[in-house]
Design a protein around this ligand. Structure first.
Ligand code: SF4
Length: 388
């Protein structure tokens, strides 16, 4: 069997695996794969790729799930699933920053990041089911650091800061926590009156079998809350992912997705239309398409902005408006997120605005409404967008 130009022995399949921790030298319990030897049991790898995995994993964390490996097209060395999960020598490119969004400068506690008024990111762990090769938090995830030691301090801070009404529960991957710990965090946040709870997770995509009845119960007990799936490729909409989506919806979660635009993975309107429409079919609203953050060792995944903008322009013509995410960029250094989508307003002459049509040609709009003015209704005196 051939892969990456090398001949190797026949791999074993995900479901028939008898792999054990001791046998393969993995440091985690099944179903995680963390060594060259272990991954070679599942995918035919040439020596250059084995060397890359071995050397890169000494610098950046390496872990794949058996489930995610089962999605890799073994006959295609350019498979987008493989590129997201198998280390390559390109990661030795030193371009980029350890902390591209300067999160360190916005830490309120060692486990809480606040950039915007009214909301904050609570890092509840630093472990993921798979370590994505383009991760912008690769400086901290999978390295043994445990933000759990700051959990109580962070919960106390959140309890006292009533201006924070929305908590984004992140990591790492929050679903990698034992369900009773996730349930505790959710109920504490609910108990202190946080109105919007959002969980960011890639686990339903890369390790769907890791979600247990107790995870679903924790969601059910604290719904309605929002779950943001990190999903990048239509092949990731597996039957197992679809089952998790169903279960989370039954538990009362509202489901949206975020996608990172990745070179040679999904930087193509056909791939992204399959992904975004596939998500809508399953009842998941595509929320963000992110330009890649400039972390160290990920520059080979970077797509030019003009390519991303053209992809969005093409999607606007062809897919349902429901399936359109917002194309956004996090300004390097931590100055916030901004939309970077195609600009359809092409010109202005006095009140006459020239607008490009996504169908064909141009239209005009007379921008001649009267000036808006304050109605002195008093709502602004008492209204805080979340904490009312
Ligand atoms: S799941 Fe998220 S935090 Fe974890 S490695 Fe992937 S991108 Fe990074």
């Amino acid at each position: 069997m051939k892969q990456h130009g090398q001949t190797t022995e026949e791999p074993i399949s995900y479901r028939s695996s008898k792999l054990s921790r001791n046998e393969e030298g993995t440091s985690a319990t099944l179903p995680f794969i963390e060594s060259v030897e272990a991954v070679s049991r599942f995918i035919p790898l040439g020596q250059p790729i084995k060397d890359a995995i071995h050397k890169v994993s000494q610098i950046y964390p390496f872990r794949i799930t058996q489930f995610y490996v089962s999605l890799i097209d073994k006959a295609n060395p350019s498979c987008g699933i493989g590129r997201q999960s198998i280390p390559s020598f390109e990661e030795f490119d030193e371009t980029g920053e350890n902390d591209p969004l300067n999160e360190g400068a916005h830490m309120i506690t060692p486990a809480l990041i606040q950039k915007y008024p009214g909301r904050a990111v609570f890092m509840v762990n630093a472990e993921c089911a798979m370590y994505c090769r383009f991760c912008n938090r690769r400086r901290m995830v999978g390295r043994g650091w445990n933000p759990g030691q700051f959990r109580e301090e962070t919960l106390t801070y959140l309890e006292n800061d009533t201006t924070i009404g929305e908590v984004i529960i992140s990591g790492g991957d929050p679903f990698m926590l034992p369900p009773e710990e996730l349930a505790y965090i959710l109920s504490r946040l609910r108990g202190m009156g946080k109105k919007i709870l959002r969980i960011s997770s890639r686990m339903p995509v890369v390790y769907p079998e890791g979600l247990t009845e107790d995870h679903y119960k924790a969601i059910d007990d604290n719904s309605p809350l929002w779950i943001v799936f990190h999903i990048n490729h239509p092949k990731e909409i597996s039957p197992e992912f679809i089952e998790v989506v169903k279960r989370l919806r039954q538990a009362g979660a509202m489901l949206v997705s975020q996608t990172v635009l990745l070179r040679n993975v999904n930087d193509c309107p056909h791939i992204l239309s399959l992904l975004f429409e596939g998500l809508v079919v399953q009842g998941v609203k595509p929320y963000y398409l992110f330009q890649l953050d400039e972390a160290k060792g990920v520059s080979h995944f970077k797509v030019r902005l003009k390519t991303g903008i053209e992809i969005m322009r093409s999607l606007r013509k062809t897919i349902s408006g429901l399936a359109m995410p917002q194309y956004a960029l996090d300004i390097p250094g931590g100055s916030g997120k901004v939309p970077v989508d195609y600009q359809y307003i092409q010109g202005k002459e006095h009140d006459r605005i020239l607008i490009e049509s996504p169908l064909a040609g141009f239209g005009t709009y007379m921008d001649n409404g009267m000036e808006s003015r304050c109605m002195k209704c008093g709502v602004c005196k008492s209204h805080n967008p979340i904490n009312t």
